[in-house]
Design a protein. Structure first.
Lengths: 113, 114
């Protein structure tokens, strides 16, 4: 069936380096994509979202890139900090309707001192 | 508080018992969602409310699961005749309008069925 998945289950980066977390999606009907950060024992925290009419969106220290041709989504974190260590989920859905998001299984980001 | 509040944070129950999980959404948010997250997995959709009505309950696994939102604010997820497979973290989220605004999640209720 169609699903959202992540290429790498774990990612380790040095503090201060940039991080890139990748995500593949297969539902061509999806037009809304969102990244969440989840720390242990907490709920997912909204990071940034993007709609399919865009290919790039920037936030504070984060950038999301969307490549609809190859159905690929990435989250870039600049100057990664220890507080960025968490599990990151991408999710897909359809804007303008009931926001039933389909989540991937997550990538564990570990920031090394 | 400004965030989504869920109670209890932890619930341990015996197989076959009935449980209720409560969610207080962000004030002013009309849309409310329940998701379930198993260990090591991403959240899975259960049900979505727009106002008082369940607009989409396609994610509920079976008729043992039921949710209400009688006044369009607080919601309760009810599970009858709990099974060990129901053990998971139950997450509630709310959004401003259920359309173009992002979901904001609570910290969840960790349900353990023994």
């Amino acid at each position: 069936g169609e699903s959202v998945g992540l290429h790498l289950p774990t990612l380790s980066v040095q503090e201060g380096d940039n991080s890139i977390i990748n995500c593949a999606y297969s539902n061509s009907a999806s037009d809304y994509f969102i990244w969440y950060k989840q720390e242990s024992g907490k709920g997912p925290q909204f990071i940034i979202d993007i709609r399919s009419n865009m290919d790039k969106r920037q936030g504070q220290r984060v950038t999301v890139l969307l490549n609809k041709t190859v159905k690929h989504l990435s989250l870039q974190i600049a100057a990664t900090q220890p507080g960025d260590s968490a599990v990151y989920f991408c999710a897909e859905g359809s804007s303008g309707s009931a926001r039933q998001l389909t989540f991937g299984s997550g990538t564990q980001l570990t920031v090394l001192p | 508080g400004a965030g989504v509040s869920q109670t209890p944070s932890n619930k341990v129950t015996e197989k076959g018992k009935y449980v209720e999980l409560r969610c207080d959404p962000i004030s002013g948010h009309t849309a409310l969602y329940w998701y379930r997250q198993s260990l090591g997995q991403g959240p899975e959709f259960l049900i979505y409310f727009q106002g008082t009505g369940a607009a989409d309950d396609s994610g509920l696994p079976n008729d043992r699961f039921f949710a209400v939102r009688p006044e369009g604010s607080v919601s309760t997820l009810k599970i009858q005749r709990t099974e060990r497979g129901d053990s998971a973290v139950y997450l509630c989220a709310s959004s401003l309008d259920g359309a173009d605004s992002p979901l904001h999640f609570g910290n969840g209720t960790r349900l353990t069925v023994t």
